[in-house]
Design a protein around this ligand. Structure first.
Ligand code: S3P
Length: 164
C-alpha cells in the first residue's frame, strides 16, 4: 500500500494518530521532525536558533523525500506545506490526510508547549494567523480531510482507514 502522509497544523494530533493508524494497519510509522533531529543531531529549537528556519526547511524537504513510499505512515511537521516542492510531491500521492482541528482545540493542546520555535505562548494570535494562512495549503496538498476536533485518536484513525 502507498504510504499515508498526515499533514496539519501543530497540535492537530498527527503524531498520535499516525501511531494509532500504523498499529491498526500493522505498518511502520515515521515522523519527519524526529528524522530531522536524528539527521541534525540537535533539537528543533536548536536548529532554529543556531542554523535558522531556512536550514530547518531544507532538512525537512530532504527528509520528506527520503521517506519510504509504501507500507508506512508518515507524520509531517505543520510547516511542510510551506514549500511548493513539498506540496507538489504530496499532490502526487494517493493517501494524503489533512487532520483539521479547530484553533481552540489546538490552543488548548499547545498551552504548555515550549518545543515549537514558531509558537509563542504570549502571542497565540500569531499562531492563529499562521493557522488561517495555511488552511488552504493543507487543502491543496491533501486528498482526504478529517475533522480532528473532539474525537478520540482511535475514531480518527478508523475514519481515515474507511476513507482511503
Ligand atoms: C512547525 C511544526 C512542528 C515542527 C517545527 C515547525 C511548523 O511540527 O516541524 O516546530 O512550521 O508548523 P508539528 O506540526 O509536529 O508540531
Amino acid at each position: 500500500m502507498e504510504a499515508i502522509y498526515l499533514i496539519g497544523f501543530m497540535g492537530s494530533g498527527k503524531t498520535t494518530v499516525s501511531q494509532e493508524l500504523a498499529e491498526k494497519l500493522e505498518i511502520a510509522v515515521y515522523d519527519t521532525d524526529r528524522e530531522i533531529v536524528k539527521l541534525a543531531g540537535k533539537t528543533i529549537n536548536e536548529i532554529f536558533a543556531i542554523d535558522g528556519e531556512e536550514k530547518f526547511r531544507d532538512l525537512e524537504s530532504e527528509v520528506l523525500h527520503s521517506m519510504p513510499l509504501g507500507d508506512a505512515v508518515v507524520s509531517t511537521g505543520g510547516g511542510i506545506i510551506g514549500s511548493e516542492k513539498n506540496r507538489l510531491f504530496l499532490k502526487g500521492k494517493m493517501n494524503v490526510v489533512f487532520l483539521n482541528a479547530d484553533f481552540s482545540t489546538i490552543r488548548e493542546r499547545l498551552k504548555d508547549d515550549d518545543t515549537r520555535p514558531l509558537l509563542s505562548q504570549d502571542n497565540m494570535e500569531a499562531a492563529e494567523k499562521l493557522y488561517n494562512l495555511r488552511l488552504s495549503l493543507y487543502r491543496e496538498a491533501a486528498n482526504i480531510e478529517v475533522d480532528a476536533s473532539g474525537k478520540s485518536v482511535s475514531i480518527i484513525a478508523d475514519e481515515i482507514i474507511l476513507r482511503m
